[in-house]
Design a protein around this ligand. Structure first.
Ligand code: APR
Ligand code: PHB
Length: 393
């Protein structure tokens, strides 16, 4: 068995694990990143694509914002559509802030290249990844790679292995509190070779269900339809997808999405989930390993980024001053932000989706709320400050 010694062992090479590795590198802290999927799979996995202003700023400060500056699309607002009319929420004038539309797979590509340029270890296709002794001062990660068995001895383990990873389940159940809420619908998402027909996102509440217009580039449109959580994608030939998107997104001014070849489609369920605390001994959870939000508020990636920012600062404090204070505050600090994002994501979801069992009263209440949110400056400002990202503590 080969024995590797490092300061921080990181499980998972999604945005959380990769960005943590990079921020630690900038602080002169060594790490080993262990990922069970292939580099290609990690890059090609289709995920969300909205970066809060603070996420954009952090990627720039960390020196990984070069392609983002060129290819990311700055958006100063979004549209909320209902009753056949698009209403613009102007982030720039309400908050002075903006967002960037840049696919998560582009962020991951940039971070993998940054990691590889440092020459520090990043293992893909690791098998049987397991964590040990994280309630002691000398935790270990074991895994198999390229036919050999490996052990990483480290001071700390960062569990950045997503919702289905092995780190959170390794914590004794009695030491974690789980808070959860499932939604009675999912999203059917597609990518199409079609020029975006609007230069900002359109979130549409429609009698047939929610739909979202987004984009990836000047040639690629990203679209979503509310569907059943267990929807079978085989029931959705391209013609049905386009006719449903047309029905739910077209507005009375004649606007609708451009059509083109659909080159990716899939269904995702929606849930809200939080595991507390985000630390057990020398194991720190970050990103989807600790919390999941429904995608309506576009917060998942941004929360992962905020977690690893706090964690890198806390670890830097430990190595620089031998102070554990920031490490002790890590979980509570992250959770304050996580719960505000949970609140916002749940609110955006209930604002725009049709619940299968909703009473007529609920439909009227929802329309009144949309009317309020698109006409009151106070309500629009609240949406805008949450969407573009609350300030970092
Ligand atoms: N061993 C090693 N790696 C693992 C294991 C394991 N046993 N299990 C999972 N992983 C890897 C996954 O393959 C994935 O690459 O951990 C990584 C976790 O990445 P993400 O799921 O992308 O989670 P995170 O980095 O926290 O990023 C959060 O991703 O899921 C979206 O909506 C979410 O945008 C948000 C962002
Ligand atoms: C996306 O572009 O994939 C996207 C945009 C906004 C969301 C969710 C997903 O709220």
């Amino acid at each position: 068995m080969s024995d590797i010694r490092t300061q921080v062992g990181i499980v998972g090479a999604g945005p959380a694990g990769l960005l943590l590795a990079h921020l630690l590198h900038l602080e002169g802290i060594e790490s080993v990143v262990i990922e069970n999927r292939s580099q290609r799979h990690v890059i090609e996995r289709v995920r969300a694509g909205v970066l809060e202003q603070g996420t954009v700023d952090l990627l720039h400060e960390a020196g990984v914002g070069c392609r983002l500056a060129k290819e990311g699309m700055r958006h100063e607002g979004i549209y909320l559509a209902f009753g056949g009319v698009r209403h613009r929420i102007d982030f720039a004038s309400l908050t002075g802030r903006a967002i960037a539309v840049y696919g998560q797979n582009e962020v991951v590509t940039d971070l993998i290249h940054a990691r590889q340029a440092t020459g520090q270890p990043l293992f893909f296709e690791a098998a049987d990844v397991a964590i040990h002794d994280f309630d002691s001062a000398s935790p270990r990660i074991t895994f198999k790679h390229a036919g050999g068995a490996h052990a990483v001895r480290c001071d700390f383990i960062a569990g950045c292995d997503g919702f289905h990873g092995i780190c959170r389940p390794a914590i004794p159940a009695h030491a974690l509190s789980i808070f959860e809420c499932e939604y009675p619908f999912g999203w059917l998402g597609i990518l199409a070779h079609a020029a975006p027909s609007c230069d900002e996102l359109v979130y549409s509440r429609h009698e047939r269900g929610f739909a979202l217009f987004s984009m990836r580039s000047s040639k690629v449109t990203r679209l979503y339809l509310q569907c059943a959580p267990d929807e079978d994608i085989r029931n959705w030939p391209d013609e049905r997808i386009w006719s449903e998107l047309d029905a739910r997104l077209s507005t009375s001014d004649g606007w609708k999405p451009n059509q083109g070849e659909i080159f990716q489609k899939g269904v995702t369920g929606m849930r809200s989930f939080v595991a507390e605390p985000m630390r057990h001994g020398r194991l720190f959870l970050a990103g989807d390993a600790a919390h999941i939000v429904p995608p309506t508020g576009a917060k998942g990636l941004n929360l992962a980024v905020a977690d690893v920012r706090y964690l890198s600062i806390a670890l830097a404090g430990f190595y620089r001053e031998r102070s554990e204070r920031a490490l002790q505050e890590y979980s509570a600090k992250c959770l304050r932000r996580v719960w505000k994002a949970q609140r916002f994501s749940n609110w955006m979801t209930s604002l725009l989706h049709l619940s299968p069992a909703a009473a007529p009263f609920e439909n009227r209440r929802q329309l009144a709320e949309l009317d309020y949110v698109t006409s009151s400056t106070a309500a629009m400002t609240s949406l805008a400050e949450n969407y573009t990202g609350l300030p970092m503590e």
